[in-house]
Write a protein that binds this ligand. Structure first.
Ligand SMILES: [Zn+2]
Length: 173
């Protein structure tokens, strides 16, 4: 922030515009921090999996097919992190800006355990029954000696047609 800005001498409209700009900036940064935090929190888990993967590969506990799939997965993840770092650099080119780095989906060949999360109560406070209108799916890579599995969390979204209340089971910590 420039120190030459004199807030005392700024007319009220300009102050308001300035404050609005700052607020929008803070909001953008907030969302960015939140997104980065999520990625950062996931990294130790993935690094641990990768270490076990390398160990298992060395002792040949793991099938070459699964090993190759994982190599692909981690390479794609590294590319996503790379893209993320690129996006952090100041003043990116416009076309670079809208390019959202995506996390690689886990290989569909890995066996999945599907866990359904339903809200405790699907009765709306207005008295009517909530309707299931959709779901969010997140996946977590897991490893048991010799085999990689995927824990798939399905969190249903429920909405009330009368009062438009929307509920969803909370994300597990
Ligand atoms: Zn309702």
């Amino acid at each position: 922030m420039t120190s030459s800005l004199n807030l005392d001498q700024m007319p009220p409209d300009q102050l308001r515009t300035f404050a609005a700009q700052l607020m929008s900036k803070v909001d953008t940064m907030d969302r960015k921090i939140h997104r980065d935090q999520t990625i950062i929190e996931q990294l130790p888990h993935e690094i641990a999996i990768l270490k076990r993967h390398r160990l298992a590969k060395r002792s040949e506990q793991i099938s070459p097919e699964q090993g190759n799939l994982l190599d692909d997965l981690f390479n794609t993840d590294l590319e996503a992190i790379d893209a993320e770092l690129k996006a952090l650099r100041p003043a990116p080119a416009p076309e670079e800006k809208c390019q959202q780095p995506k996390r690689a989906p886990l290989p569909p060949q890995f066996p999945r355990t599907v866990i359904h999360h339903k809200p405790e109560n699907t009765q709306c406070t207005c008295g009517c029954q909530l309707q299931r209108i959709g779901e969010d799916i997140s996946e977590k890579l897991d490893y048991t000696p010799g085999v990689f599995t995927v824990e798939q969390h399905v969190r249903g979204k429920w909405a009330c047609r009368q009062c438009k209340t929307l509920i969803q089971a909370p994300v597990a910590a």
